[in-house]
Design a protein around this ligand. Structure first.
Ligand code: LLP
Length: 410
């Protein structure tokens, strides 16, 4: 990815920068790789609900996977047709269920018997059948961070396999429920596809257990991971292997649909958090780069011990300018080389070891320890890569800091 330094230098940091060309290329790849009969991809809005991003995804023809009435409204205003919106979540309120039924969304994924009670009652009072799938807890270990694993018996999500038969029976017989099938989601940032193969086996076992039940839709959730270590080597995830795995391992019945709910894999790599160096601080046996954006702008490192690749864009631009012999040198934030572009690969600055931290009064406000970066100066622009998913959406106003705005590639 290249960064237009002039454009970025003119903006107030921290902010999110989205490469819409990469987003479009990713969407194109999703469309091509998922072009098997019966396959439908819903974008998990929770990963990034920026209106500009949502509009582009809606225009590409994907459906939307939502978890709150706010997300449903965001999806509708971005142009997703209501029947292509699904609504999941372990705690849907009555008001949310009512609105979802009234606007005619494609499916509610129910997670408990108590929720089925509420859905039936609300559908009956609205005089309208509710489309419902049951979210099953398939007890599969996705081998990801324990905060983002969801398919284990100990997690709060889904219906236990032991209770499934009873609830399927209830859905099939209910006057107010239009039974759509089964929903699964085993976790997020899954980089080894083996758990998905186990999921396919589990689904086939369940289908075999209920030979007389029709499951018009199977929804296998999301979770496909991205390369946080080397985003430029893998800007677009391996969608081909992912969709092919399901095609090869989960034979569909005639007319049956297979739904996917990908979030991170679609938007993760197109977003970068851009921050500026406030100070380079000499500590005891350590040097710190103190940024003007911290855990309030990007909470993933503090919350999940996640690591986002850190790059000094100013140093990279200085290097490329030196290479092309233009002769302008960096002068903090103001004297950026004319029409410079940073391709953050190599810099001519000597490499130095730093801890890269935010300005918030919490020790967890750290983006990296012992990072090897080109010698860094006050005013340099620093990129935190692969921040398009669960970045801007999870930002907060802690310490009365403003939410980071968004800038888009031209
Ligand atoms: N479907 C369901 C039911 C989900 O719970 C999720 C994510 C997705 C789909 C989309 O998963 P994805 O394809 O994006 O992995 N904030 C965490 C991730 C939380 C994921 C929650 N559920 C992070 O920053 O890593």
């Amino acid at each position: 990815m290249t960064f237009p330094l002039d454009h970025l230098n003119a903006a107030t940091t921290p902010f999110y920068y989205y490469d819409l060309h990469l987003l479009d290329a990713t969407l194109q790849e999703v469309r091509e790789a998922s072009a098997y009969p019966g396959f439908h991809v819903h974008y998990a809005v929770k990963a990034n609900s920026n209106p500009e991003i949502l509009k582009r995804i809606a225009a590409s023809g994907l459906g939307a996977d939502t978890v709150s009435i706010g997300e449903i409204h965001a999806a509708v205003s971005a142009g997703f047709p209501a029947p292509k919106i699904v609504f999941a979540g372990v705690g849907k309120t009555d008001a949310e269920i009512r609105t979802a039924i009234e606007i005619g969304i494609g499916c509610l994924n129910a997670e408990s018997e108590a929720e089925l009670d509420a859905i039936e009652e609300i559908a009956a009072s609205a005089g309208k059948q509710a489309p419902v799938a049951l979210r099953v807890n398939p007890e599969i270990d996705a081998h990801t961070h324990h905060y983002i694993t969801t398919g284990l018996a100990e997690n709060k999500f889904g219906i236990a396999m032991s209770m499934l038969g009873k609830l399927i029976d209830r859905c099939v017989k209910s006057e107010w429920i239009d039974f759509r099938g089964l929903h699964f989601h085993i976790g997020s940032q899954i980089t080894d596809l083996t758990p998905y193969k186990i999921l396919c086996e589990r689904i086939l076992e369940i289908e075999a257990q209920y030979p007389d039940v029709e499951f018009p839709t199977l929804n296998v959730g999301g979770g496909l991971g991205i390369d946080y270590d080397d985003p430029d080597a893998h800007p677009i995830p391996d969608f081909r292997s992912y969709f092919k795995l399901f095609h090869d391992n989960l034979p569909l019945r005639p007319g049956q649909q297979l739904h996917f709910e990908l979030g991170r894999a679609i938007v993760g790599q197109c977003g970068t958090l851009i921050t500026r160096v406030i100070y380079v601080k000499e500590g005891v046996g350590k040097k710190f780069i103190i940024l003007d954006g911290g855990m309030t702008a990007l909470i993933r490192p503090a919350l999940y011990q996640a690591h986002h690749k850190i790059q000094n864009l100013t140093a990279a631009a200085t290097a490329s300018v030196a290479d092309s012999d233009v002769g302008t040198r960096r002068g903090a934030s103001t004297a950026t080389p004319a029409a410079s572009t940073a391709t953050p690969a190599a810099s001519t600055n000597p490499m130095v070891t730093y801890d890269v931290v935010g300005p918030i009064c919490e020790s967890s406000d750290t983006f990296g320890t012992d990072e090897r970066l080109p010698e860094t100066h006050r005013g340099d622009l620093i990129a935190l890569r692969s921040a398009g998913a669960y970045g801007e959406v999870m930002s907060s106003g802690y310490n009365c800091r403003p939410l980071p705005p968004a800038l888009f590639s031209r």
